[in-house]
Design a protein around this ligand. Structure first.
Ligand SMILES: C[C@H](O)[C@H](O)[C@H]1CNC2=NC(N)=NC(=O)C2=N1
Length: 96
């Protein structure tokens, strides 16, 4: 059973993810990605979908044309867990 991060663990993890914002109400992290066009955005979403399926850890996300907003939290833990951090780090590698 995955556990939610403690406040200290969360602060430490988010130091390494400065592009992500913390949503206290949801105990989640979120980030908006902006691409050149819809094709670029959808290609990114396809890559994230494959990572999510492989990790069995899925984002809550939305897409409007060239923008993709991703929210990560762990339902099984009732909040932010290491799985979300790992997923965010994997996603950052796609856009570096
Ligand atoms: C049964 C399955 O492994 C679980 O429901 C997985 C699927 N993907 C998931 N994704 C997220 N974000 N949180 C979860 O708790 C979660 N649990």
């Amino acid at each position: 059973m995955v556990e939610a991060l403690s406040e200290a663990e969360r602060a430490d993890a988010l130091d390494g993810l400065p592009e992500w914002d913390y949503d206290e109400a949801r105990d989640a992290i979120l980030r908006e990605f902006i691409f050149d066009d819809f094709n670029q955005a959808f290609g990114f979403m396809t890559q994230v979908a494959l990572i999510a399926e492989k990790a069995d850890h899925h984002p809550e996300w939305s897409n409007v044309y060239n923008r993709v907003t991703i929210l990560l939290t762990t339902h099984d833990a009732g909040g932010l867990s290491p799985r979300d951090i790992e997923m965010a780090e994997a996603i950052e590698e796609l856009v570096e």
